[in-house]
Write a protein that binds this ligand. Sequence first.
Ligand code: NAD
Ligand code: TYD
Length: 351
Amino acid sequence: MSHWLITGAAGFIGANFVRLAAGGAGARLVVLDALTYAGNLENISDLIGDGKVDFHRGDICDEKFVTDLFARYRFDRVVHFAAESHVDRSILGAGPFIRTNIHGTAVLLDAARASWKARTGNHLFLHVSTDEVFGSLQPDEAPFTEDSPYRPNSPYSASKAAADHLVRAWHHTHGLPTIISNCSNNYGPWQFPEKLIPLMILNAFDGRELPVYGDGRQVRDWLHVEDHCRALLAMLEGGRAGRTYVVGGACERANIDIVQRIAVEVDALLGRPAGASAKLLRHVADRPGHDRRYAMNAAVLQAELGWRPRHDLESALPAVVRWYRENREWADRIRSGAYLDYYEKQYGARA
Ligand code: NAD
Ligand code: TYD
């Protein structure tokens, strides 16, 4: 039976990926996560309880832990999500980003290389990266493609760019079968509420301010997380080693428009008078070095692997707002910090 290692699966995209893969990949899913502030085992606890995934708490920077895991399971696929992922935190302090995103990726690459050297098989190391490595687009520039030059601007995107370069080098020098996926901004269930969309939804529910950085005219290309995960599954199935694939929703929206749209949805859901939540919107100091625009052209992925997004933001957003309402207790446990004890309560003392 095929064994997949999924790193960072207690985070937002990893958890959504595991849910999708557990439903149909026909592989044994082994999940590794350090459970940093961004990792919440509750996101996948039902799957662990059902025996659909094996969970291991550990750090991708820990060589012994990672090597032992490879020896135990003999993975043929690695899907690498684990990362420090929030730009604002990388501005406050880059250390954890350099450590996890760069060093941690190198540890995983070496473990895969050592484990796969002697074996022939259908091995693949899928590295999950971001559009932010390509920097910022001018309003009239064409969207990024697989050939766009790397121009990262934030400590976060620079650390992800470094990781992408390591993956590329391990393929070029050591022949490691790798794919790099560069995806645009995701939205959907289980997103940690420090990111724009869940933060604005939860603040609007509570009548708290909606803090828009600067003029709010920065543009992101939004993709539903399930579409991202389906793109990754398509790469695992039919992608070619050594390739990069660009993933995006062709859905460019200014932040301010997203926030106003969320305000409308929250008013409708909670039965507030029209315009009530929009009054919570505040322009606050801009993010230093804030990238103005990201956009992706996923034509190669569409042509080679037949992938198409199934969700569009306009029709998906009401369901996402409803999800955060229906999962209010999940969000409350994050906001109160209670989620940090989840692992200990379920599995005893910290390893
Ligand atoms: P997230 O912050 O929600 O989750 C990251 C997960 O990694 C957490 O569960 C955390 O505990 C774990 N982790 C962190 N450091 C670790 C370490 N040293 N060892 C083991 N586990 C560790 O992030 P996300 O939004 O789910 O993003 C997942 C990946 O996708 C990241 O690599 C990110 O760069 C990339 N990405 C994200 C987006 C987006 O819009 N969120 C878009 C494109 C690409
Ligand atoms: P974010 O969700 O942090 O993703 P990224 O920085 O990786 O694109 O932010 C999305 C956009 O929303 C980005 O342009 C910054 C902006 N933003 C705000 O205006 N206010 C906020 O409180 C946050 C968290 C983000």
